[in-house]
Design a binder for this molecule. Structure first.
Ligand code: ADP
Ligand code: ZN
Length: 736
């Protein structure tokens, strides 16, 4: 009815005593009611400031009936409406959906959509000058130079014009006083120039052209669809989805590209620029606050057309989103495991469904879930079979470590060392991959057997020799590497067990003292900037041997790299997680795909103690198909996702007893529902994190079961969180 009132009487609805629901960024189960002051106009989606206790917080006006039961006089009024576009209906439905699916409070989900730090008002306009058409009373050389610049009618800032003309600001002021310039207001600059869909298109060949045609058809259909594009690294997947982006831009709609490690993908941004003549706007946690605010606002106004971002970019308030690309869709980095537990790949599909536009999932090694959806026809499979041009896949071989053991105290087999030597002698590059930061994963005392453990976590401390520290990779705790054992007091008897990248670097330097080696891991000093420089240096051939963790696995193009050595291919297989095989297969495929991207003859050598393992066999034979078939059959037999549903409930508390007691009580509160079983409680895989003891219940359901309904009933019937106890739900957990 209020719409009719608005239409009949014009202007914003000004009914006295209006009450609206406002979502505040708190873990509350529903929006709170606020009064709307008489002169204020708000609508669903308006971003507002409201009092909450003693504080002022951001909020979003939500949908739903005005709550007639509350007396508006008792309610606190909205303080302020920000001058930004309201969150659209489709965006609000998306936030609702995420909240319902993940069983997270809607306010916490809304908070992810309001990640612009300082405020939502537009940046103030900058005061500027424009030529008024009036000539100065007297011309001088300086004034002539200024006029030459200003005559074309563009706006300048005072200092910008003075600087460009090479005169002092007083010259400009003198002319202004004579009426030569009029004052204008200049809007703040756009974050990025507009991309041009036809700037630098590649000519696609064969299968690429067919794949692009299929994607274009989806984009032109202007409706929801999901495509799953797979193809080995270097087959041109990026090239192909650029065409879908171009078409969406021609339609005047916006595009979101999700990337798992956006901070490291400088090369992606450059590639995008050479295709579209402008970079996409970036969105990730390393952005400066000002840039963040601008990207947020310009996504809402539509001034930013393409965003390349980390998973949180999914929550930006796009004006007219028309396509989402999820690159490396299988990547575990898409799962957020903090507050709101969600998988950005799955939520991207939901976003497309609500917004009625296509979503494209891209990977050389898709997740088992997506593969199954591709096979069943729920997703449209698009396949790119070969590497582009003369780039060939590396020749892959296993090194059976039982037959070719490393020398004492080393970790590299003589076979691998010889291959490195040959590669370096030819002036080409070798990459040694080991997914372990630091020097050694475990330090112990040779006399009493004492192991160094984090005081607040159930993880071992990892020695970082370059920094002279032992560190916890769970919580960041660090101390100087001790000289004597804290248990028995013996000096100089601490031993490092097992290798980390630093230790491999030491071994490499011993064998190849003249080679230029680089260690790349997230421990690098200088952060993302420095990392980008190092990656650049490697691409330019300024290193011979690179030793790296999974940071080097992703997306980079190293033209001179002709050898990839996997130091411990078995790492990750042993952790008992049913997803271990899939993860290892994906990671090893991705790393070996780093070699031979430019036509050099290239090799991959994988050190393993289990050469018969199906993952090793799948990698060397290049038969991904057989691997997936087996993996899918096993999941189906065990009713594991996507053939069944899982949720994990983590109960944490300051004491082990409290955590366990609460978990047990919750377990007893589980309703008996056919097709759903609860396992546990058992100590969580990380039993102690930052001083919090953790117990886990695993809920397993048939594919069709109402997992959310079951969990809600269980939590409602269970004990309330008391004291230090906290319960966290994880729908579709990563490890199980
Ligand atoms: P993927 O995304 O599958 O790893 P890319 O799209 O990155 O593959 O392509 C691999 C390399 O081959 C890139 O350097 C890309 O520029 C080049 N390439 C692929 N297809 C073409 C094409 N049709 N024309 C020109 N270069 C291409
Ligand atoms: Zn710790």
């Amino acid at each position: 009815m209020s719409d009719v009132t608005t239409d009949l009487f014009g202007g914003p609805a000004r009914r006295a005593g209006r009450v609206v629901p406002v979502l505040v960024p708190m873990p509350a189960p529903r929006p709170y009611s606020y009064a709307v002051p008489d002169e204020m106009h708000v609508e669903p989606g308006s971003v507002v400031q409201v009092p909450l206790g003693p504080r002022q917080v951001f909020g979003v006006v939500w949908d739903g009936a005005e709550d007639e039961a509350v007396d508006p006089k008792k309610l606190r009024p909205i303080t302020k409406v920000f001058d930004c576009p309201p969150l659209k209906e489709e965006h609000r439905r998306f936030l609702d959906w995420v909240s319902t699916y993940t069983l997270s409070p809607p306010g916490l989900v809304a908070r992810m959509a309001l990640r612009a730090p300082a405020g939502f008002d537009p940046e103030p306009m900058v005061e500027g000058l424009r030529y008024s058409g009036i000539l100065p009373e007297r011309m001088t050389a300086a004034r002539t130079r200024v006029l030459d610049l200003a005559r074309d009618g563009l706006s300048w800032t005072r200092s910008g014009l003075a600087h460009a003309a090479g005169v002092s600001s007083s010259v400009i002021d003198g002319m202004t006083a004579q009426g030569v310039f009029e004052t204008v207001f200049i809007p703040p600059p756009p974050v990025v120039p507009l991309p041009d869909p036809d700037h630098g298109a590649s000519r696609l060949e064969g299968a690429q052209a067919e794949a692009a045609a299929e994607l274009l058809a989806e984009v032109r259909a202007l409706k929801f669809s999901v495509s799953l594009m797979d193809g080995i690294t270097g087959s041109g997947k990026t090239e192909v989805y650029f065409e879908a982006i171009a078409e969406t831009l021609r339609q005047g709609r916006q595009v979101l590209i999700l990337l798992p490690e956006i901070a490291l993908t400088a090369s992606f941004l450059e590639r995008f620029e050479s295709r579209f003549g402008a970079k996409p706007a970036e969105w990730h946690s390393d952005l400066a606050p000002k840039t963040r605010e601008r990207v947020w606002r310009q996504a809402a106004t539509g001034d930013v057309r393409v965003v390349a971002g980390a998973r949180s970019a999914l929550f930006l308030p796009f004006d007219d989103l028309g396509l989402i690309i999820v690159d490396e869709e299988h990547d575990p980095a898409y799962k957020q495991e903090d507050r709101v537990f969600y998988n950005a790949r799955d939520m991207a599909v939901v976003r497309g469904h609500i917004g009625r536009f296509p979503v494209v999932l891209v990977s050389a090694t898709p997740s088992v879930e997506s593969q199954v959806n591709g096979l069943s026809g729920r997703y449209r499979p698009i396949h790119l079979p070969v590497r582009f041009g003369d780039a060939a896949l590396p020749d892959l071989h296993l090194i059976d470590m039982r037959r070719h053991p490393p020398e004492r105290g080393g970790f590299l087999s003589p076979v691998l060392l010889r291959a490195i030597g040959k590669t370096v002698a030819k002036g080409e590059q070798a990459l040694l991959f080991l997914n372990r930061r630091g020097y050694a994963p475990l330090t112990l005392c040779r006399v009493c057997g004492h192991r160094f453990q984090c005081p607040q976590c159930s993880s071992w401390l990892v020695e970082h020799r370059f920094r002279g520290q032992i560190q916890c990779h769970q919580c960041g705790y660090a101390e100087r590497t001790p000289e004597c054992c804290p248990e028995c007091g013996t000096f100089d008897h601490l031993v490092a067990c097992g290798p980390g990248v630093e230790r491999i670097a030491e071994e490499v330097e011993r064998h190849f003292p003249d080679a230029r080696t680089i260690v790349l891991s997230s421990d690098i000093l200088g952060g993302v900037k420095r990392l980008r420089l190092e990656l650049d240096a490697i691409a330019k051939g300024e290193a011979d041997i690179v030793i790296g963790t999974q940071l080097v696995a992703k997306g980079h193009n190293f033209p001179l790299m002709s050898l990839v050595g996997i130091v411990d291919a078995d790492l990750g297989l042993a952790n008992g997680d049913p997803r271990a095989a899939e993860r290892t297969f994906q990671l090893l495929s991705q790393v070996t795909g780093r070699a031979g991207r430019s036509g050099l003859k290239s090799h991959g050598l994988l050190q393993t103690y289990q050469p018969q393992h199906p993952v090793m066999q799948a990698i060397v034979s290049g038969d991904a198909h057989a691997f997936y078939e087996r993996e899918i059959a096993e999941r189906e037999r065990a009713h594991l996702p996507p053939f069944g549903r899982l949720a994990s409930i983590i109960v944490s508390a300051d004491t082990r007893n409290d955590a366990e007691a609460h978990a047990r009580a919750l377990r007893l509160a589980a309703p008996s529902t056919q097709g759903i079983t609860v396992l546990g409680p058992a100590e969580a895989p990380l039993a102690l994190v930052r001083g919090r003891h953790r117990f886990r219940l695993l809920v397993h359901g048939q594919r069709s079961s109402d997992m959310q309904g079951f969990l809600k009933a269980m939590i409602a019937a269970g004990p309330r969180e008391r004291g230090s106890v906290h319960v966290q739900l994880d729908i579709d957990p990563q490890s199980f």
